[in-house]
Design a protein around this ligand. Structure first.
Ligand code: OOB
Length: 557
């Protein structure tokens, strides 16, 4: 029997897999894990550069002193309504300054933001609320024609653990964000070894996975990224991707810019015209894009109308970057290209400013840290030689050792000695640079947005007329990949109405999944091909797109 009384707090968040002590001690001894928390760093920078501009959001222009004050006010308000250490709070905000206020206030309190994307709907949000026992959500009233308060009403009706809904804008029956901007109070900061937040995984299984990142590990990756990218107080960063995504948050992203004392300019929309106007107005020096967005910018007719000469670097990551697009970026924008290959689970690779041009154009960079351990292995986990394609495994000072509350999945997603199986297929060059050749995980990368095939298939199988379903990637000029569901219907009774592909798409939308997960195309087929081990043969299904004449009987929907 345990000698400890019941109410002793566990030393770490239940459901979090810590690094083994020998690794933690090593990362501390190296100075990687500095003991500085994510809010603490903002406070330091605010003390150093109180007058500098930290954030530009629409017509709002906040100094570091003002930003920090907003954070301390909101933290006081959250504490007043009972949010405290280790409580989970879901953030689902568009690119608004309040996103950074809310997450830093939670970092200050030791409460954990859970970063949802604006595209998520009832199915995803309901699952996160239930799985992470979320106590409060911070949302915008409306965005892009969608009312997030309606979504919260539905979620709250099903999830009694969700007690507070905090709304930026018109709160209606909920709590207004501004009403929580109390007088700042003294608050004890959490220990930097604690979990700071839960980030979402792209996933490849039936339900999304949550990624626990600690203050120590995340701040190390932010600091080291800012250094690799040479960020200083003069940098002006345009956040065009969703602010909650790991790439614009920490690679080096907004947190890297705040660490360096620079300025983050928030773009509400990522379209070329809005972003070009902001780049010209704010003299933006840095931005991060996914390849599909870079292509849209390159092809935009607005290009000639704006002065983009302040741009120093465009980072591209999140999905495969075709060689011709890579070449057009420096040529068109007159700035540097940096390739970024990262994952919310940890490992981030960058091409460096002093890499030869062909390396920048044709590789996805090399790891941040000398202590990022990289293995490239065959199907039996044997290491392959440099230059050969294999599965990428990694562990290191900022790569997680397990997903949050996912023991069964963790046993498959990590090796016994703690390497994360990324699901990516790569080649490593002798220089340490990695080239992403493809992936083994059952995922569609739709313009950088990750879709777990099994998640969508299980929704499809909930339809009474569906007998079998397989979701695969199909090539797309703009997004790189789109999704196609091959569906086998059950035999239909004579009097039943015929089922059309669009009925299934509507069915998925009504189940409340994010729009980007709804298959772009649905193909009704008599049977799916199967492999010898009894799984749907997705390779064979994907091959149907290889030749334009071979496969598609039906025009796109
Ligand atoms: C980033 O993070 P996630 O968690 O949305 O997605 C990670 C996955 C990787 O495992 C890989 O499959 C793919 O996205 N990916 C790339 C890539 N960068 C990411 N595939 C090919 N080329 C690349 N450059 O996407 C992310 C996180 C931090 C920084 C940058 C991207």
């Amino acid at each position: 029997m345990s000698a400890q009384p019941f109410d002793v707090e566990p030393t770490t968040l239940p459901g979090f897999t810590p690094w083994p002590e020998e690794f933690a001690a090593r990362y501390r001894a190296l100075g990687y894990w500095s003991g500085v928390g994510l809010y603490q760093r903002l406070a330091q920078v605010a003390a150093q550069y109180p007058e500098r501009t930290a954030l530009v959001c629409g017509e709002r222009r906040w100094s570091y002193a003002y930003f920090d004050e907003q954070v301390r006010r909101f933290a006081a308000g959250l504490a007043r309504i009972g949010i405290g250490r280790r409580d989970r709070v879901l953030l689902q905000l568009p690119n608004l300054a309040e996103h950074y206020v809310a997450c830093h206030a939670l970092f200050r309190l030791g409460a954990l933001p859970v970063f949802a994307l604006p595209a998520h709907r009832r199915a995803e949000i309901g699952y996160f609320v239930e799985h992470a026992r979320i106590r409060a959500c911070v949302i915008a009233d409306r965005d892009g024609g969608f009312d997030f308060r309606d979504l919260m009403r539905e979620v709250r009706a099903a999830q009694p653990c969700l007690r507070e809904v905090i709304v930026v804008g018109e709160a209606q029956e909920f709590t207004a964000f501004d009403s929580l901007l109390d007088e700042p109070i003294e608050q004890a900061l959490p220990d930097a070894s604690e979990v700071a937040f839960l980030q979402l995984s792209g996933g490849s299984t039936g339900v999304p996975k949550l990624i626990p990142r600690t203050h120590d590990d995340y701040f190390y990756s932010v600091r080291a990224s800012a250094e690799i990218c040479g960020l200083g107080p003069d940098c002006v960063y345009l956040c065009a991707l969703p602010a909650a995504h790991n790439f614009p948050m920490s690679s080096p992203g907004a947190l890297g810019v705040f660490h360096a004392g620079g300025c983050v300019v928030l773009a509400r929309q990522a379209d070329p015209e809005s972003c070009f106007a902001l780049i010209a107005r704010e003299r933006v020096t840095w931005t991060a894009l996914v390849p599909s967005l870079a292509l849209a910018w390159l092809e935009s007719r607005a290009l000639a109308r704006y002065d983009l000469s302040s741009l120093r670097t465009i980072q591209i990551g999140g999905a495969h970057l075709a060689g011709d697009i890579a070449r057009r970026i420096p040529a068109t924008f007159g700035c540097r290209l940096q390739q970024v290959f990262g994952m919310a689970e940890g490992l981030v690779n960058y091409t460096r400013d002093d890499d030869p041009e062909h390396v920048v154009l044709s590789t996805q960079g090399r790891p941040i840290s000398a202590h990022d351990e990289i293995r490239v292995v065959d199907d039996e986990d044997n290491d392959v030689a440099d230059g050969e394609v294999g599965h990428l495994l990694t562990r290191g000072p900022y790569t997680i050792r397990g997903y949050y509350r996912a023991d069964a999945h963790n046993a498959r997603a990590f090796t016994a000695d703690g390497f994360y199986r990324t699901g990516d297929r790569v080649r490593r060059l002798a220089s340490g640079h990695l080239i992403v050749e493809g992936r083994a995980k059952d995922q569609i990368n739709r313009g950088g947005e990750k879709i777990a095939a099994e998640e969508v298939e299980s929704h499809l199988l909930e339809h009474p007329a569906v007998f079998d379903a397989a979701l695969v990637a199909m090539p797309d000029r703009w997004l790189g990949e789109k999704s196609c569901a091959f569906v086998v219907l059950r035999p239909r009774a004579d009097d039943a109405p015929p089922m059309a592909p669009r009925d299934l798409q509507r069915f998925l939308r009504e189940r409340g999944i994010a729009a980007y997960k709804v298959p772009d195309r649905v193909e009704l087929v008599d049977a799916l091909p199967y492999t010898a081990v009894g799984k749907a043969d997705k390779k064979a299904l994907r091959a149907r797109f290889a030749s334009p004449v071979a496969a598609i009987s039906q025009s796109p929907i």
